[in-house]
Design a protein around this ligand. Structure first.
Ligand SMILES: Cc1cc2nc3c(=O)[nH]c(=O)nc-3n(C[C@H](O)[C@H](O)[C@H](O)COP(=O)(O)OP(=O)(O)OC[C@H]3O[C@@H](n4cnc5c(N)ncnc54)[C@H](O)[C@@H]3O)c2cc1C
Length: 454
């Protein structure tokens, strides 16, 4: 690309523009998953909607492959492209909490930790994910499962409105009353329909929670997963649980059950009693803690710079045979840093939304299986990827085809299609209208019916 074109872009942007070899370029293209090492030709670090519009127009004029970076946590590395234009939103961190309305207006470069610290100053929160460095925008546009989902729905269920820059470089607002069909599609289509420059969320009163985990020897995974299935069937919306084979920081392999009770604290001990009384745990760290502490519980397990490969699908039925297979693989993880097998329990408010009410369709599966492999040394990549695939193949008979779009590594078109399930065709109609040339295609892509070259 001509230097003069880049200089022209610089004059149109308030934010910085980085090219290969320039100070800041390598930092800007680096994301937490070390498996992804891509080199965009240009990185446009936006400061607001005007910069985003300028970048989109630049991308069109020069016929560039475009990627959009929010928090950069897509395990598939969708936020960084090779040779094209990376539109980087990570500097857009403005936020305003409206106490009277109990809402927050947030820019897309915020991380979960930054968002939570603003809302928790007022004893408020909304559903986000469970690791603080994750970006709010990618997480929300794909779904957003977290400790509050059973009380208040997924992150995207708490959206009131969004501002979005379309592939034509136009800024639109989408809400239940303005561009409602676009609003429907933005909630679940993971960046396919435009670049979201502002998100308005509903907030809820959330004070201290009763949270933590119990740990069992990993050799007890079978028994723990049987118990988990039974317990999950009877818990209230205030309680969210998940389980995984992991290793503690001292290297001890364990089967952990993590829980967060976000209702009245006086009822928490009773609700968690069956879990804390089950078997003979080797550790129990449940306690009343601040919501911010709960949200950062997993942070030490996910330092940036690890290699990550993930397979994930919702579980058809958590049968005895499925548990048997998981128990077998729990003992053979090649890396102590992996969360595998891991099960999230999905229930409550998130499950009471109909599959077609938003573009996110997965409302009636109780368990999401993850083989979330992390390792520290590139030389270990092959064995970890192979193990992840083998485990996932062994589990396939117990899994549905559809997966949560935010959890999958790059699996190509059939997997992307299944992730949008029954909503795919309606999303294609939106893609035809708002992005007929598939300008936004560095994502789990929804192909417009007639894709002209972008
Ligand atoms: C360590 C870790 C923990 C996680 N924990 C959870 C969890 O508890 N719950 C959960 O639900 N998910 C979780 N996730 C998955 C997470 O939701 C996804 O990785 C999500 O994509 C992260 O968003 P991001 O903005 O950081 O990612 P990015 O990689 O920046 O973006 C992801 C996708 O969204 C697009 N995108 C991002 N921002 C915008 C925008 N403003 N407008 C349009 N498109 C945009 C990107 O182009 C890309 O295709 C976790 C991921 C990791 C790595």
């Amino acid at each position: 690309m001509e230097i003069s074109s880049i200089e022209k872009l610089r004059t149109k942007m308030r934010g910085a523009v980085f090219c290969p070899g320039q100070e800041g370029y390598d930092r800007a293209r680096t994301i937490p998953n070390a498996m992804i090492d891509r080199r965009p030709a240009v990185i446009a670090r936006c400061t607001g909607a005007a910069d985003v519009i300028a970048s989109v127009r630049f991308g069109r004029e020069h016929d560039l492959l475009v990627s959009v970076r929010g928090g950069g946590h897509s395990v598939a590395g969708k936020s960084v492209c090779d040779g094209g234009l990376m539109i980087d939103l990570s500097g857009m961190k403005g936020m305003r909490v409206d106490l009277a309305k109990r809402t927050a207006r947030a820019e897309p470069g915020l991380t979960l930790g930054e968002f939570d610290s603003e809302t928790q100053a007022f004893g408020l929160a909304t559903t986000l994910g469970t690791v603080t460095k994750t970006g709010i925008s990618g997480l929300t546009l794909g779904g957003g499962w977290g400790h509050l989902h059973a009380n208040y729905g997924l992150a995207l269920d708490n959206l009131i409105s969004v501002d979005v820059v379309t592939a034509a470089g136009e800024l639109l607002t989408a809400s239940a009353s303005e561009n409602p069909e676009l609003f429907w599609g933005l909630r679940g289509s993971s960046g396919n329909l435009g670049i979201v420059t502002s998100l308005e969320y509903r907030l809820h009163q959330v004070g201290h929670v009763f949270g933590g985990a119990v740990f069992y020897p990993v050799t007890k995974t079978r028994e723990v997963f049987h118990f988990f299935r039974e317990f999950a069937g009877s818990i209230p919306d205030e309680l969210v649980i998940q389980t995984a084979a992991v290793s503690l920081p001292d290297g001890t392999p364990v089967c952990a059950v993590v829980g967060c009770y976000s209702g009245t604290l006086a009822h928490a001990e009773e609700a968690l009693k069956p879990l804390r009384m089950f078997g003979t745990p080797i550790g129990d760290i449940f306690a009343p803690i601040s919501y911010v502490q709960m949200q950062s519980l997993f942070d030490p397990f996910f330092p940036p710079g690890r290699y990550t490969y993930v397979k994930s699908n919702f579980v058809r039925t958590l049968s005895d045979q499925a548990i048997e297979t998981m128990a077998e693989y729990a003992n053979s993880r090649p890396s102590p840093y992996s969360f595998a097998p891991a099960l999230e329990h999905w229930h409550g408010a998130a499950a009471r939304v109909a599959a077609t009410d938003t573009a996110f369709p997965h409302r009636n599966h109780s368990y999401n299986l993850m083989a979330w492999s992390n390792w520290a040394d590139q030389a270990d990549s092959e064995k970890n990827v192979q193990w992840t695939r083998e485990f996932w193949h062994a589990m396939k008979p117990h899994l549905v085809e559809g997966s949560y779009v935010n959890y999958v590594s790059d699996e190509g078109e059939p997997s992307a299609r299944a992730a949008y399930g029954p909503n795919y065709n309606r999303l294609v109609a939106l893609k035809n209208k708002y992005d007929p040339t598939n300008f936004f295609r560095m994502n789990h892509n929804i192909k417009p019916a007639v894709a002209k070259s972008a």
